[in-house]
Ligand binder design. Structure first.
Ligand SMILES: *[C@@H]1O[C@H](CO)[C@@H](O)[C@H](O)[C@H]1NC(C)=O
Ligand SMILES: *[C@@H]1O[C@H](CO)[C@@H](O)[C@H](O)[C@H]1NC(C)=O
Ligand SMILES: *[C@@H]1O[C@H](CO)[C@@H](O)[C@H](O)[C@H]1NC(C)=O
Length: 546
């Protein structure tokens, strides 16, 4: 009897839940209207933009890209023209086919509707490596009647940004023609440092995926690839001086970035106006380093005996700093950027506490039991080494939180909760700050979470104008514990685009509601260009699906 009642109760429960679920689904269906898309609106939003309703037609077959600069050749722009011709007009079966629209012969009525050339003028030369001082400003003019559109930029980096914007303004009109509205744009980024962090230690990411991500960064006007290249779990960087580090520290021989791989990534990024800042995080997060470099990591003790475990890098022996001198000499030569990220986060003190040699060193140095002072000592010596190599450096916020004194031009990277107070503190001390705390894209949830990232205002903290001027930008982060080649691109994009816009566009461009239709168009545009970027606005469709 009892059993039977149980069954009936269970049954009716299930039935009730099932009915509820069906009702829920109907309700959701009834409520959800596919999100609309803009046509030919750029992402991120330019600083100033005047659009008319006058449509100019692009002749797919004969459209020309031209560049002039003070140097004779401009390989960066020539290469970019090849990419953008493909992105604008499509070049394979999957992409949108524009109707062929040959420009009518001279004298015909329609002729002036056609735009047949994009001319880029660059005031300075065309080479070099992008830097923290690069000028990315440009103007773009598509007039109502001239047959040539113009981009003017002081530097090649601004020309690249302008070319991206131009490509985004082109759309397909009702008749299937490639059109662009007459538009005037005057654009420059709000923040100089617009970064994206990838972690290639927790999972290895292939060169193809790294390049795909760099390509998408350029299409969202990011300009810093923060390469968190090694960590506890693996050491995929092939060192010239210490080849054993990847031989012993990489997951396998296939999970290694060779010398030429690293060069290839730096070059691929450079020609897209993206700097590569490598991170070699220490003294914590360095278990994989110790597999090849003996006596580098602290030996941990348990009950007065060696436990067989290792802790952070051992600051009590001089050999540590001899190694760091050589290692960072190499890094300073391999990576052309002015900056190296030195990490310094999450240093556990328990292993240091257990080790008697560290204890004697602490006593000798007069640190007592204050292990933050030991960490400061380590970071200070590392910083001295890197400064001696003429490099600038970024560090995670803990270095400052622990009271270390660092050079005035240090960039402090803020990643922890309570970031507004931290921004107040770090800028009060006069350091430059880069914000990441609210932009950890590795945290995922159901729904349009890009709106939360979009609503972050980096300068919303208590401080003077001088303090606010020290916030040079931000970085969105994708930590690699649950991310590899299979899901990096769709998980990152277009969610990262929301951060890209907040870092590029004026402060007033901050309404997620106003941005939704434009982001929807942008997501479809990236999809059309061949990138597997996920839906972020709920139900909807793109004219070209992947
Ligand atoms: C471009 O022009 C068309 C009409 O020619 C208009 O419908 C559309 O809204 C314009 N686009 C923008 C972004 O203003
Ligand atoms: C370590 O280096 C310091 C400073 O260069 C020096 O004073 C000290 O004698 C060295 N210690 C050893 C054990 O070599
Ligand atoms: C700024 O300081 C005021 C007064 O202490 C405080 O109420 C407010 O929450 C602070 N604002 C931020 C963004 O931290």
């Amino acid at each position: 009897m009892a059993g039977e009642i149980g069954v009936i109760v269970l049954f009716s429960c299930c039935l009730a839940i099932a009915i509820c679920n069906v009702q829920q689904q109907y309700r959701e269906k009834g409520r959800s209207v596919a999100v609309t898309q803009t046509s030919g609106m750029p992402w991120p939003m330019p600083k100033q933009m005047t659009v008319t309703t006058i449509q100019r037609i692009l002749d797919v077959g004969s459209f020309q890209f031209l560049v002039s600069s003070s140097t004779q050749r401009c390989d960066i722009i020539d290469e970019a023209f090849v990419r953008y011709r493909k992105y604008i007009f499509g070049n394979d079966d999957r992409t949108l086919k524009f109707k062929t629209n040959r420009k009518p012969r001279h004298g015909s009525i329609d002729q002036e509707a056609y735009l047949d050339t994009l001319q880029i003028n660059i005031a300075s030369g065309c080479d070099g490596y992008p830097s923290e001082e690069s000028n990315e400003a440009y103007t773009l003019m598509i007039s109502q009647d001239a047959s040539t559109a113009t981009i003017n930029a002081n530097e090649v980096w601004g020309a690249l940004r302008g070319l991206e914007t131009f490509s985004q303004l082109v759309y397909q009109n009702d008749m299937g023609l490639a059109v662009i509205n007459a538009t005037i744009i005057n654009d420059a980024p709000r923040f100089q440092h617009r970064g994206l962090l990838l972690d290639t230690s927790r999972h290895f990411l292939s060169l193809d995926i790294l390049k795909e991500n760099l390509e998408l960064m350029a299409q969202n006007k990011f300009n810093v690839f923060h390469w968190h290249i090694v960590d506890d779990q693996s050491f995929p960087y092939e060192s010239y001086y210490f080849p054993d580090m990847s031989r012993k520290g990489a997951y396998s021989v296939r999970h290694v970035y060779t010398h030429s791989d690293v060069k290839e990534i730096i070059e691929f990024a450079r020609v897209r106006g993206i700097r590569v800042i490598p991170e070699y995080d220490s003294p914590g997060h360095s278990q994989s380093w110790g597999l090849a470099i003996t006596n580098l990591l602290t030996k941990c003790y348990k009950d007065g005996q060696l436990s067989g475990d290792f802790g952070p890098i051992d600051p009590s022996v001089n050999s540590t700093f001899q190694f760091l001198q050589n290692f960072f000499l190499e890094i300073s030569q391999v990576f052309p950027d002015k900056f190296i990220h030195l990490g310094g986060d999450e240093v556990p003190f328990d292993c240091w506490e257990s080790n008697p040699d560290i204890t004697s060193f602490m006593t000798m140095m007069g640190y007592g039991k204050n292990y933050a002072l030991l960490e400061e000592y380590y970071m200070q010596r590392l910083i001295d080494i890197v400064q001696g190599l003429n490099k600038g450096y970024m560090i995670w916020q803990e270095v400052i939180d622990n009271g270390a004194k660092v050079a005035p031009d240090t960039i402090v990277h803020i990643w922890k909760g309570g970031y507004q107070d931290e921004l107040t503190k770090v800028t009060k001390l006069g350091y430059n700050a880069v914000l990441s705390a609210p932009w950890y894209l590795n945290y995922i949830s159901y729904g349009s979470d890009w709106r939360n990232y979009y609503q972050v205002e980096p300068l919303n903290f208590n401080g003077t104008d001088a303090q606010k001027a020290l916030v040079i930008g931000g970085e969105t982060c994708m930590w690699g514990e649950y991310v590899d080649n299979t899901n990096l691109i769709p998980r990152m994009w277009p969610r990262a685009a929301s951060v890209g816009e907040r870092l590029w566009s004026p402060m007033e461009v901050n309404s997620a509601d106003a941005a939704t239709s434009r982001l929807e168009e942008h997501r479809c545009r990236l999809l059309k260009r061949g990138f597997p970027v996920q839906p972020v606005n709920g139900p909807g469709f793109c004219s070209v699906e992947l």
